[in-house]
Ligand binder design. Structure first.
Ligand code: COA
Length: 177
């Protein structure tokens, strides 16, 4: 689906384009990026192209671009979360090229998408989870004002090298008003 372009101080969040494939592959082949988020590093540029096509065709996924040079440095997605009864809830997840970690980029991105989701999609709850060992993501979540909701044991299967592990998932949610 066509994504509404969003802007922050340093970033442009926009729909994915086929020509973004090199930037996607550059960060997605790095095992440090995907494995802590539950997905395998991309093994080839063809794999990245298939993933990119699915972003365009199936997902509410924005490419995170640096304003200064329009390089794509990450992704943020938002999708329905049907686990919250009468609340209109959506979940986000995200990943950033390791070369850009620790500079506040993802906090800046998540805050903008939160604003969009509450103001323009009129959701009631925004949820997010991280694996327990993912301290960086936890900090992003805390800095964006999410509240701890609970821990789900054996909630998700996580990719790590070639072994699938059952781990804990921690969902967060935030109510409007
Ligand atoms: C999680 C991720 C998106 C964070 O992006 P980022 O732009 O580096 O995040 P920010 O710079 O906004 O914030 C990172 C915070 O983690 C802190 N941090 C970084 N390394 C840390 C460490 N080893 N221990 C504790 N805190 C750490 C930073 O200091 C910063 O907090 P601060 O602002 O209080 O100093 C990025 O690391 C990433 O893409 N990781 C791989 C994919 C992933 O984990 N996705 C999320 C799945 S839930």
């Amino acid at each position: 689906m066509a994504m509404k372009t969003l802007e922050t101080e340093r970033l442009i969040l926009c729909g994915w384009k086929p020509e973004d494939v090199n930037d996607l592959y550059e960060y997605a082949k790095d095992p440090d990026v995907g494995s802590i988020a539950g997905w395998a590093p991309h093994a080839s540029i063809e794999e990245s192209m298939n993933v990119l096509r699915s972003y365009i065709e199936n997902d509410n996924a924005w490419a995170i671009e640096l304003k200064e040079n329009r390089k794509v440095i990450g992704i943020i997605k938002i999708y329905p979360d049907n686990n919250h009864g009468r609340y209109h809830a959506m979940m986000i997840n995200y990943a950033l090229s390791a070369a850009y970690w620790g500079d506040g980029y993802m906090t800046e991105t998540v805050k903008r998408v939160m604003q969009y989701a509450f103001d323009e999609l009129s959701i009631d709850l925004l949820t997010v989870f991280h694996y327990p060992q993912n301290i960086r993501s936890r900090r992003v979540i805390e800095k964006c004002g999410f509240e701890y909701d609970g821990t789900i044991e054996q909630g998700c299967i996580r990719y790590m090298t070639d072994i699938f592990l059952i781990l804990f998932v921690i969902p967060y949610l935030k109510k409007t008003g």
